[in-house]
Design a protein around this ligand. Structure first.
Ligand code: NAD
Length: 255
């Protein structure tokens, strides 16, 4: 018996914040399922390294350096993707920044950074790819939100919680507006996932404390989130739109 063809054969995906962490895992998994991937990140060498790894494994990827909070940079990234990879079938809005700190000490600049990268970046990318997806009457958009957007952030500040709650609203609204064009928009809300974002904002003691509150007694893995994203961009989830799927090892059910 021959292997079935990969789930995303012939598709083109943009994954933002794909230079490391969850974005890297998502980009790599989508590429291994046959998608050509635009690896978008503000960190040039990280994006290049992920694109090279995908290429070395026999996949197709381009590294796109872009700050997702800048409309001009987003337009250039989408334009380059369509010129070099042909179109955009899949968009995964994953780029985000977390900053800790009490509400009364959040500066205006820090608020703008967190909200612009995490929320405005997703809006700008959706706006830029929507006409392409409308024209082909097909598209999949996944926004990486967070349990922070459903409750409150364990590690980040009020700006992070607000931006992630905004991601959930943006996803629902985009799903409603784009459904008639055959475009599915869904959100994924991870709990605490083992990435640099978490490790660099948390002392080992605090992390142990946090892990003890998770029913599964461990952090999530970037690859586990990537598998959920793969499902949401594959044909298997054709009738799902406007949904937000939690992935948190049981964290939310005990709070
Ligand atoms: N790690 C967690 O526990 C967790 C939980 C819930 C949600 N999330 C969300 O998942 C996403 C990925 O998180 P992660 O833990 O992999 O983070 P990470 O910090 O490890 O990686 C984020 C990537 O985004 C890139 N990036 C940052 N600012 C950017 C910008 N302006 N333009 C383009 N790229 C930019 C970084 O260079 C980096 O490669 C984020 O949106 C985060 O908020 C993370």
């Amino acid at each position: 018996m021959t292997d079935p063809s990969p789930a995303l054969d012939g598709r083109v995906a943009i994954v933002t914040g794909a230079g490391r962490g969850m974005g890297r895992a998502i980009a790599t998994l989508l590429a291994s399922e046959g998608a050509a991937v635009a690896v978008v990140d503000v960190d040039e060498s990280a994006a290049a390294s992920v694109a090279e790894t995908i290429g070395a494994a026999g996949g197709r990827a381009i590294a796109c350096v872009a700050d997702v909070s800048r409309a001009d940079a987003v337009a250039r990234a989408v334009d380059r993707t369509t010129r070099e990879l042909g179109t955009v079938d899949i968009l995964v809005n994953n780029a985000g920044v977390l900053r800790p700190g009490p509400l009364e000490r959040i500066t205006e600049a820090e608020w703008d950074l967190v909200v612009d990268v995490t929320l405005k970046g997703a809006f700008l990318f959706i706006q830029a790819v929507a006409p392409i997806m409308r024209a082909q009457r097909r598209g999949r958009i996944v926004n990486i939100a967070s349990m922070a957007g459903r409750a409150t952030s364990t590690l980040g500040g009020a700006h992070y919680t607000a931006a992630k709650a905004g991601m959930l609203g943006l996803s629902r609204h985009a799903a409603r507006e784009l459904a008639a064009a055959g475009i599915n928009v869904n959100a994924v809300s991870p709990g605490i996932i083992d990435t640099d974002m978490v490790r660099s904002n948390t002392s080992p003691d605090r992390l142990d404390q946090v892990i003890r509150t998770i029913p599964f007694k461990r952090l999530g893995l970037p690859q586990e989130v990537a598998q959920l994203v793969l499902f949401l961009v594959s044909d298997a989830s054709a009738y799902i739109t406007g949904a937000a799927v939690d992935i948190h090892g049981g964290e939310m059910i005990i709070q």
